[in-house]
Each structure stands twice: as C-alpha cells, then as structure tokens.
Design a protein around this ligand. Structure first.
Ligand SMILES: [Zn+2]
Length: 317
C-alpha cells in the first residue's frame, strides 16, 4: 500500500490545531512574532523574536542533566493529546509544540535509540520526498539536538528557511558530478556548507557517506559534529551539511555583549529563533558573521576535508 503522507499530515494538523491547547496557543503566538532580515553577502538571515524558545536556548546539555530527565520523545512521557502519524514503521511524525516554523514537525524513531546519522541519510531523503512542503533537518547530538538520547529529525515549512533557495544558484566547487547530480562545497554564504543535489537516492547516500567518513571527529564523540538539511524539489534531493566545531559560541551568556543563542540547523539555514528581546534588538551583521565563524568548522579544516574528497573522487575517475 502506498501511503499518502501529505494527506495524513494535513489531517494531523487540522486535528491538533483544533484540539491540543499547547499547539493552539504556541502556533497562535508564532503567527504574531516580529522578524527582521539581515543580508549576509548573497544570503538572507531572518531574525525571529520568539520568547517561547528560551527553554531551548538555555537547556542544560551535560550528560547528567539529560539523563535525569524523562525522554520526551518516548510514548510513555508524551502528552495524551499528542497524536502520531507512523512513517514506514520506522518513525513517528508529530506536531512540534514549540515551533519556530509555521508548520514544524518532530520525526522520531519508534525506538529509544541514540541520535546518530550513520545509516539514516536514506531515511532522511525518503522523508523529504514524502514531505514536499518541508525541509527535513538533523541536529547532531552535540549540535542542538534537545533529545540526544532519542534519534529524531525535525521538519519545517521549506519556504521559511532562506538557504534552501540560495544553494541552487550558489557558487559550488565540485568534488564529483555526473548526469545524476553534483557534490561540492560552498564557501561564500558566510558559513561553509557541503552540498549534494541528485536525482538518485543511492548516489546521494554514497556522496554523503564519503563526506561523513572524512569529517574530523573529536575525542569521545560518536560522530562528526554536524547540522544537516534535506529537501526534495523538482525530482531532485538536496542535502546541505554544515560541519561544526562547537555548539555554543564564545559570546554565549546573559551578560553585556553576550547573547543567549545556541545555533542549530535552523540558524545554519538562515532562520535565527531569538528568545530574549535585547538579543533580538542588538544582534548585528558583524555578530552573526563572528558566531558563524566561531561555531562552524575552520577554513583550514574545510580545506583539508575538501582536499581528501577531491583526491578520492579524482582517483576513481
Ligand atoms: Zn526516548
């Protein structure tokens, strides 16, 4: 049986927006948030003043704090009003009750398994194809995942994430290309991004895995630090990978000249959800530039990874 997930998820929205008080309240608040746009070279950065996201910006991410809390993605700890659309017997698709997109989904594994992208990029691509109005995203366990103990993606309205349009026309230095797609690096959008665009899901998976293999990994980590976006447009899959060197920037804090900001996939894509009003008012283009430089992989590391990929694909020709 072929499931029509678009229709099922439309119905999920209709029911939850009518019946679940937290969803009614928080999506109502989101529809009134103020935004402003900052131009970073050829990239637009949308700043969104979203006070409801403060819990996420200040969440304790150390192991002890995380283990002390019940997992909010496991069925037994979820609100009784939270409904589910099961996707391919692997993931449950649910409404995210703390949105930054006007349509914001949480897509979590049916089992309580750790947050890892290894072996799951094809799932992400198939989800993106089944959710054509959305961009699916993955925050690594140390790059913004609020439940690193429970594997999950999220998805948000694709027309609200600026980079999804910008990458199609960006200047891409290629590692590999054929009549099925392109794989390269884009360095002129203020944050380096490895970009895959392909008609072939197997090729997309191979290219992604070759990248994951050569990204630097820190001691004690289980995977390279990454944020990943994936969407499906005009028959092609698009994957944007942002390698990270840290989660919170050096300017993180509540003091003077500091910001309560914990950038993750949405921020890498150009949508910054900012909880505190003073941060929303004070953040400048200069601050955004410095934060991207601080939390993304260094130019030298990007060059090292690019060299390895060029050598690998050159040797295969
Ligand atoms: Zn869980």
């Amino acid at each position: 049986m072929i499931c029509n997930y678009i229709e099922e998820i439309d119905h999920l929205w209709q029911r939850q927006l009518a019946e679940w008080d937290a969803v009614i309240k928080n999506y109502g608040l989101l529809s009134h948030v103020t935004t402003r746009v900052v131009e970073l070279g050829d990239s637009s950065i949308v700043l969104q003043h979203n006070p409801e996201r403060l819990w996420s910006a200040i969440a304790s991410l150390d192991k002890a704090s995380l283990e002390a809390k019940p997992c909010f993605l496991c069925n037994e700890n979820q609100p009784t009003k939270q409904e589910t659309v099961v996707w391919n017997d692997l993931y449950k698709i649910q409404i995210n009750p703390y949105p930054i997109f006007s349509r914001h989904l949480t897509i979590s594994a049916l089992e309580h398994l750790p947050q890892r992208i290894d072996g799951r990029i094809a799932d992400m691509m198939r989800l993106a194809k089944d959710l054509p109005d959305y961009v699916v995203f993955y925050n690594g366990p140390r790059c913004g995942a609020s439940a690193p103990g429970h594997m999950h993606f999220q998805a948000g309205s694709i027309d609200e994430l600026p980079i999804c349009d910008e990458l199609f026309t960006a200047n891409t230095a290629l590692f590999d290309a054929n009549n099925q797609g392109i794989f390269g690096i884009i360095t002129d959008l203020g944050r380096p991004v490895f970009y895959i665009e392909t008609l072939n899901i197997n090729l997309g998976e191979q290219w992604f895995n070759s990248l994951l293999d050569v990204l630097p990994m820190k001691n004690g980590h289980d995977e390279p630090m990454v944020n990943i976006l994936c969407w499906h447009k005009s028959g092609a899959w698009c994957i944007a990978v942002f390698p990270r060197r840290k989660h919170r920037p050096a300017c993180y804090g509540s003091g003077e000249d500091q910001f309560v900001l914990s950038p993750a996939s949405a921020e890498m894509g150009g949508l910054w959800a900012i909880a505190r009003e003073e941060d929303y008012n004070n953040l400048t283009l200069h601050d955004i530039t410095l934060i991207y430089m601080d939390v993304c992989l260094s130019p030298q590391d990007i060059e090292d990874v690019s060299t390895k990929l060029r050598q690998y694909y050159y040797s295969k020709r």
